[in-house]
Each structure stands twice: as structure tokens, then as C-alpha cells.
Design a protein around this ligand. Structure first.
Ligand code: SF4
Length: 474
């Protein structure tokens, strides 16, 4: 997708002024949080499972080379082929070659954020191959030429009217009297079109939630069953995925599945969990004749051993964005990157370089909710803080912020002076603002007063009040 994270603030302003988007966010966001909480409440051992899930991923990452080699050997042993790809371009070329060798004109696709990361659809189209998204949300976005705004609910930002309008514009044979009152109406319309595509496809492309080293198996979870049709009907199945998805065993995968759906959608399990090992064997009732895994690095191996290694634990459940007040206010497109929300704010600088990730590490209030709901306990605020430090060191932060921080640091290092200065500032602001009770503009605080008033201080500083209270207790 077009990288516009450098204009996050402007994107956010536009998102806040977009009434349709705000309606969609207000409707969809609380649902995810409510359902996750209900699922967690039903499972007393959920916290223990989070620890277990984090430990499994930590172990896999600590031995990433070993488990990747084991996985690849087992894929080959079961008749599949692994394509190692260091960069997005390597991955695109690998998929294109597989498609060309298969003589493919049309490929069906299950939902895959890695294919978004490498911009596969545009690339295939430019090379004469038609990709067809089969996840319902991805399908409508393809018709609208829009990227996903959420990693598990790609059309999170759309309302029912948007769906209807898109079908009317794109499905030219749609009868004028067809109604779209219910979700079922939307499903029926999409299904009618997709059936033909499933049957016509030469190649099916899916992502993978997990790669099991001990068996060479790829695992996908879906709620629509489109993943199964994508990978079993065409003659060739291509799994496009990334290296950090590897886990040692089937048992580990089952443990991770227990936290994945609960954290993502509040389901005990997703409706479909599909394990694929190699190509169709003699006696198999269905399955592809060829099975390929396009395994992408794209900067991930460079995260091992750094401050950002914890991010490789991510299992893409989206809980962090579902609970993020910033994501909830502006939606996913404002982030201007493939991966939105807190996990995107950490991952994007790694994938595109911190100098190209714009303000993403600053797109957080540091409330800590993301970390508290992450099923693999990734310390997201801390990782964003590391990126902020990198921005500061490389002089990427705006001069006003740098000088402001320098000014603050001068006082913060001198506690007595700090207390004196904050007391003087609180006293003067209190005096100046006594009449109106709030400021509509203040020097150096335009970011705040541009959208809301700044309340005038009403009494003493926190430090002074705290000290007074301590004295009273004695
Ligand atoms: S960072 Fe954690 S909460 Fe966010 S998508 Fe990844 S696993 Fe889920």
C-alpha cells in the first residue's frame, strides 16, 4: 500500500472529520473488546495460557534457524517446495514464477497480510495475472481499490451502505430491486460471484497463521471457509508467509490457537482451522497437485537479538488495535502503513526504516491497554519508546519537540528547580486563567488548544499537594 505514515497527523485529522468512518468505528470497536472479555472470563487459565504462548514463541525465535530448517526439510519431505525470500521483491518474483509455470491466468487468494506487505495484487495484475480476494472483507476492498484497515477485519471502516453502493457500482448485472438489509444479503451477493472464481482459478494463495516445524505443516484460521476452497480447488497451492510464524510442534500450535481466537474475535475457536501438509497424495480425496511455501524475511531476521525481538512473537490477533484509543479514534488507514495500530507502530519502522515510518511510534497515548491484552505479552509501549529514542537520536523528531524535551530535561534533572518552576507556572497560569477557567490558546501548546481548551490550574501542583498530604499523615 501507499506509505503515508509521515502524514499521520493530517491523516488522523481527516479520519476524525469523516462521519461515515466515525460511525463504523463506534459500531465495530466495542464489539471486539466486549467479546474478548467474555471469552477470557469463561477461561480461568487464560493468564497461564498467555505465559505459555509467550514462552512457546520465545523458544521458537531463540532457535529460529533450527526450526526453519526443520520446517523446510519436512515440507520437502512431504512433496512441497520452500522458496526462501530475503526481500519483498524476491517473494513477488517467486510467486510470479510459480504462477507462470502453472500457466495461471487467475489466482484466488485467502486473507494474507504478508501479501499486502509485499503488494502482491498490484504486481500480479501488472504481469497479466488476475488476483481475486475471497475473504468477504478483502473482496469488497478489492472492488473499492482500498487497502485493509484492520488485520483481521479488513473492511472494519465500512458501513452497510458502503457495501451496497460498491456492489451496485461493480456488479453490473445486479438487479435494481435487490435489497441489502441484512448481512446475509451481502454474503449471498458476494458468494454468487466468488463461486465462479473459485472454480476458474489455476492457483490458490493463502497466508499462514502458524508453520509447524515437526511436520512441515501450514495452518490457517478463517471464519468463512474461503481459505479451504482457495487451497483445495486449484491445481497449485501457494502459502505466502513470513519466517516468524514457525513453531516447533503441533501441541505448541494448539496452545497458541487457544489464545488466538479468544483474543481476536472472542470465539473459543475460529470456525475453520485448516492444517495443510504437502501436496495431494494417492488416496487423498482432494488437495492441490503442487504445494509451495514462499517464506519471507523482509527485515525480520534483523530483529533477532535487538530491542525489537519481542515483536516477533506477534500472532496477528489484532487485540492491541481493538483496544487502542488512538486506533479507535482514527481507524486503520490513518496509519498509512500495511500494519496499523500499536503492533504496526512497532513493526512498520522495522520493515520500512524508522526514517520512513513517520510519526507511527508517537501514535500512542501509552495507556498500556495494548500490552495488557496481547496474548503473547509483547511490551508494545516499551518497544514504541525504543523507536522514539531512535527517532530522537537520529534527529527525526521535529525541532520544537527536541528543544521542548531539552528544556524539560534541564529542569527534570534538578528536582528543586523543577518544583519551583512548576509551582510558579501553575500559579501564573491559574492567575491568568482565573476569569475564563480555561485557555483557548497557549504558546507551545497549539497541539492541545487546536482542538480543545486547556483548563487553568486551580490550585497547587501535584508535588506540593502530595508533600502536604504526607505531612498531614505524620
Ligand atoms: S501485538 Fe499482540 S495483541 Fe497485537 S496483534 Fe500481535 S499478538 Fe495480537
Amino acid at each position: 500500500m501507499l506509505q503515508t505514515s509521515s502524514t499521520f497527523k493530517q491523516n488522523a485529522d481527516a479520519a476524525m472529520a469523516n462521519a461515515g468512518l466515525q460511525r463504523a468505528l463506534a459500531r465495530a470497536k466495542p464489539q471486539f473488546a466486549k467479546k474478548r472479555q467474555a471469552a477470557v472470563d469463561k477461561l480461568p487459565e487464560f493468564e497461564t495460557l498467555r505465559d505459555e504462548a509467550a514462552a512457546i514463541k520465545n523458544h521458537a525465535i531463540a532457535h529460529l534457524d533450527f526450526y526453519l530448517e526443520t520446517y523446510a526439510a519436512n515440507v520437502e519431505a512431504s512433496g512441497g517446495k520452500v522458496h526462501w525470500c530475503a526481500t519483498a521483491e524476491d517473494a513477488r518474483q517467486a510467486v510470479l514464477k510459480i504462477c507462470r509455470d502453472a500457466g495461471a491466468k487467475t489466482v484466488t487468494k485467502g486473507k494474507s497480510m504478508v501479501t499486502e506487505e509485499i503488494a502482491l495484487n498490484d504486481f500480479l495484475e501488472a504481469n497479466g495475472i488476475t488476483p481475486v480476494e475471497t475473504d468477504l472483507g478483502e473482496y469488497i476492498l478489492q472492488l473499492r481499490h482500498e487497502p485493509p484497515s484492520h488485520i483481521i477485519g479488513p473492511a472494519f471502516h465500512l458501513n452497510r451502505e458502503d457495501w451496497e453502493q460498491t456492489f451496485r457500482l461493480s456488479h453490473t448485472d445486479l438487479p435494481a430491486d435487490r435489497v441489502f438489509h441484512e448481512r446475509r444479503d451481502i454474503l449471498t451477493e458476494a458468494r454468487t460471484k466468488m463461486r465462479e472464481k473459485f472454480l476458474a482459478a489455476d492457483v490458490g494463495i493463502t497466508g499462514a497463521n502458524f508453520l509447524i516445524a515437526e511436520t512441515g505443516t501450514s495452518v490457517i484460521v478463517t471464519n468463512e471457509g474461503n481459505g479451504d476452497l482457495t487451497q483445495t480447488l486449484p491445481r497449485v497451492h501457494v502459502v505466502v508467509t513470513s519466517i516468524e510464524k514457525v513453531v516447533p510442534t503441533i501441541d505448541d500450535t494448539l496452545s497458541l490457537l487457544r489464545v488466538l481466537a479468544r483474543s481476536a474475535t472472542g470465539q473459543d475457536m475460529s470456525v475453520y482451522t485448516t492444517f495443510s501438509t504437502g501436496a495431494r497424495r494417492a488416496g487423498d480425496p482432494d488437495g492441490p497437485a503442487e504445494y509451495h511455501v514462499v517464506l519471507l524475511d523482509n527485515g525480520r531476521s534483523g530483529m533477532v537479538g535487538t530491542d525489537f525481538q519481542d515483536m516477533l512473537r506477534c500472532i496477528r490477533c489484532a487485540a492491541c488495535m481493538n483496544h487502542c484509543p488512538v486506533y479507535g479514534a482514527v481507524g486503520g488507514h490513518a496509519y498509512g502503513a500495511t500494519y496499523p495500530g500499536p503492533m504496526g507502530a512497532v513493526l512498520t519502522p522495522m520493515l520500512v526504516g524508522v526514517e520512513n515510518a513517520g510519526q507511527l511510534p508517537n501514535a500512542s497515548t501509552f495507556c498500556g491497554k495494548c500490552e495488557s491484552v496481547c496474548p503473547v505479552k509483547i511490551p508494545l509501549p516499551n518497544l514504541m519508546r525504543h523507536w522514539r529514542e531512535r527517532e530522537f537520536e537520529r534527529h527525526l523528531t521535529p525541532p520544537a519537540m527536541r528543544y521542548g524535551l531539552g528544556f524539560w530535561a534541564f529542569f527534570a534533572k534538578r528536582p528543586a528547580l523543577y518544583r519551583l518552576a512548576t509551582r510558579a507556572a501553575a500559579f501564573s497560569l491559574g492567575l491568568l486563567g482565573r476569569k475564563q477557567g480555561a485557555f483557548t490558546s497557549l504558546p507551545l501548546a497549539g497541539g492541545w488548544t487546536g482542538s480543545r481548551n486547556f483548563p487553568a490550574p486551580e490550585g497547587d501542583t501535584f508535588f506540593a499537594k502530595y508533600a502536604k498530604r504526607q505531612r498531614q499523615k505524620q
